[in-house]
Design a protein around this ligand. Sequence first.
Ligand SMILES: CC(C)(COP(=O)(O)OP(=O)(O)OC[C@H]1O[C@@H](n2cnc3c(N)ncnc32)[C@H](O)[C@@H]1OP(=O)(O)O)[C@@H](O)C(=O)NCCC(=O)NCCS
Length: 184
Amino acid sequence: MPIAPVQLEPFARHHIGGMLDWFPTAEALAQWGGTGLRFPLDAMQLEAMLASTLGEAPERWMFAGTVGGSLAGHAQIALDWENGVGRLARVAVNPTFRGQGLADPFLRQVVTRFFADARFERLELNVYTFNTAAIRTYLKLGFVEEGVRRSSAKVGDVRWDTALYGMLRSDLPATALIQNGKPT
Ligand SMILES: CC(C)(COP(=O)(O)OP(=O)(O)OC[C@H]1O[C@@H](n2cnc3c(N)ncnc32)[C@H](O)[C@@H]1OP(=O)(O)O)[C@@H](O)C(=O)NCCC(=O)NCCS
């Protein structure tokens, strides 16, 4: 279990410096953020993502998970407002906090926050099929595998398979959006 409760907050500019050293290789960066990012991760790329969180119907939401004030987790949800669909993406736990069961309580709060908005019906995600720690986490949260896009990513000279997972509002247990007796 994590050493202290993980606190969910909007990812903000002051968090950026706390995650620039989380992905030590181009492969680790692609595993986290897909093949469209430039290695190494820098503030400019995170600033550009933050810019897309602005406005009435933003392109994405970004979340920070903090433990005792330290940045311990990061996640994003790309938002398709027209179809009421979100894509959970760029999930990471700070390497110094990995292997302590932190991803589950962090992402549970992210999922709850997403479905608290009645406009959204479906949350999906892509994950490379070798990423056992991520897949175990997503299955435990209630995501269901919906298929595999074979050989869909090119990282250096290697090709990776991508699995698609999804969760519908109707998959959630009735109590999932209730905390402290109130809808979240
Ligand atoms: C995926 C990630 C977020 C998981 O976070 P975490 O807090 O370290 O995960 P946990 O400690 O809760 O472990 C999750 C599960 O994976 C297992 N696991 C952890 N590390 C593992 C490893 N290296 N190999 C296989 N299984 C592993 C755990 O036993 C646990 O399974 P269980 O609950 O059935 O026992 C974290 O490893 C990470 O940031 N990875 C790099 C970025 C990334 O790949 N993001 C996902 C993009 S889709």
